[in-house]
Design a protein around this ligand. Sequence first.
Ligand code: UDP
Ligand code: MG
Length: 339
Amino acid sequence: MDTQPPTFSVVAPVYNEEQLIAEFCRRVIAALEPLGEPFELILVNDGCRDRSPDIMRELHQRDPRIKVINFSRNFGHQIAITAGTDYATGRAVIVIDSDLQDPPEVIPDLIARWREGYQVVYGVREERQGETWFKKTTAAIFYRLIVRITNVNIPVDTGDFRLMDRKVVDALKRMREHHRFMRGLSAWVGFRQTGVLYRRHARAAGTTKYPLRKMLRFALDGITSFSYLPLQLATYVGFIVAAISIIFLFVVFVMRLSNPAATEPAFYGQASTLASVLFLGAVQLISLGIIGEYVGRIYDEVKGRPLYIVAETLGIDETAATSAGNMRTTHKEQSPVIE
Ligand code: UDP
Ligand code: MG
């Protein structure tokens, strides 16, 4: 095995991509080889249940530049990317989906911008092919919303397809939060960032591993990781409802005074009482639910479990994954590193 660290590390999460994985590796290698610098391709097997693990093992045996991290079970896309970057040793780390939606042929363009001195080069999807109308619309709304409600400059219409300089990767390694929104974290670290336009293709085979439920979770992780606005909403609604009630009380009071004979003006009725009780009940339940989202995430952090469990690695120098990776890191243990 090479002792020289490679210039480039390509990190790809893999979850049940048996039809694509060999072709994916072929295209990544074909894109990188002409650059004439050493590279590694780290495939993170995120608990695949199909033939992908066997195929990956074979690919590694044929070409040792292809390395494999086998998780003990499925930990999710964002965690798989995290593990890959933890173990990557390159001077620049490129994260790319293994379903060929992000074309590997764009990698040299990302590298060209990195050579110009940018430390984060993210892919901006100028067009998304083969995605449902629903996914495109919700994604467009989500990315615009998150830019507005957070103070992190998360570029619009970017995914996890990006190149990160070693400095950025080292900074990311110190952020061990469990509910990870990687595209947000890599914006949060700062440094010189730029985008490269590319055309996102349809999945070459297989189906998406992000059903609606997972997409919602992911969106919530993004928002709660970077914004307190949902928590503050209860306060705003509270103030608005309080103001309305004071005006309402005042109106009722004046009407009673000016017309003592009237017994039943319309808004004394049961319907309006019921509506306002239900409205406030709903607002309270929603607020509780929002607090619950944050408390659950705090609970996950406090437990301090490792982000992932590795069952086996192929071709990976285990010492390369510095303290960050696979170990329990509580905030206390981390603090000396941060200082
Ligand atoms: N993926 C993963 N673990 C998961 C789900 C997905 O490693 O639990 C991988 C998957 O193999 C693919 C990438 O993450 O390479 C993106 O997933 P997918 O293409 O299903 O998402 P979409 O592009 O539809 O948003
Ligand atoms: Mg995909």
